[in-house]
Design a protein around this ligand. Structure first.
Ligand code: SF4
Length: 230
């Protein structure tokens, strides 16, 4: 399902604190775009795969205007399946001096995006069932603002991630490399800390803060809203 106008297909918009990346803890507006090209076994936003809201940039900006935080996170689903319409929207946000990050699954080319944004690029691990999905051409488009993220569910995922980092010399990009434990696996977080320290690599251990502190977000648009055509 793709937008045919300048509208973006959206699952939900909410205000909460950032639970991931080096922006962790910042009060943030999340714009969750709908639709995804992957089917990860550990997906916690399956509902977002079927977007039901279609909004123009103007409508989105109207919804978020009373929130003063500069932090905007564009997430999904997979936001980059709407890259064409997303770009002008991001430019609008940057004009408003917003600090924009985008969370992407790594399988779609991250080129042609404004350099000022932070791209948090996933490398899917084997346990997701999408361990071969990363588009290696993305390595050419990493900027100093970006971050590379691996979600780890077991030792096989960890070994895969270390191998990926070494094979593609990810350290040369000098960007944060985040390892996030799958918190539904009992005892994994402690194991992961131990494995990271033993690896000797400069990896950031990053449990998803929003899963530890289950504070409800403030919803500005929910997945249940119907399309508003203005
Ligand atoms: S890429 Fe993200 S939204 Fe898509 S299936 Fe995987 S976890 Fe879910």
């Amino acid at each position: 399902m793709f937008a045919t106008t300048d509208k973006l297909l959206i699952s939900e918009i909410f205000y909460s604190f950032q639970g991931e990346s080096t922006l962790m803890g910042q009060p943030t507006i999340f714009i969750r775009l709908g639709g995804c090209n992957l089917n990860c076994s550990i997906c916690d936003t399956k509902y977002a795969r079927k977007p039901i809201n279609s909004l123009s940039s103007r409508e989105i900006l109207k919804l978020i205007k009373s929130f003063k935080t500069p932090y905007i996170c564009i997430t999904g689903g997979e936001p980059l399946i709407q890259k064409k319409n997303l770009k002008p929207f991001i430019n609008e946000l940057l004009k408003m001096k917003k600090i924009v990050s985008i969370e992407t699954n790594g399988s779609i080319l991250v080129d042609k995006l404004p350099k000022a944004i932070k791209k948090v690029i996933d490398v899917k691990t084997p346990s997701t069932g999408e361990g071969k999905s990363f588009d290696l051409k993305n390595l050419k488009h990493i900027t100093k603002n970006d971050e590379i993220k691996f979600v780890i569910s077991n030792k096989k995922d960890f070994d895969f991630s270390i191998e990926f980092i070494k094979t593609h010399n990810i350290q040369k990009f000098n960007v944060p490399i985040l390892f996030s434990p799958n918190l539904s696996v009992k005892g994994l977080a402690s194991d992961l800390v131990r494995w990271i320290l033993k690896s000797g690599l400069p990896i950031v251990f990053q449990p998803q803060l929003h899963k530890l502190i289950k504070e409800k977000p403030i919803y500005l648009l929910t997945h249940k809203n119907q399309t508003t055509d203005k």
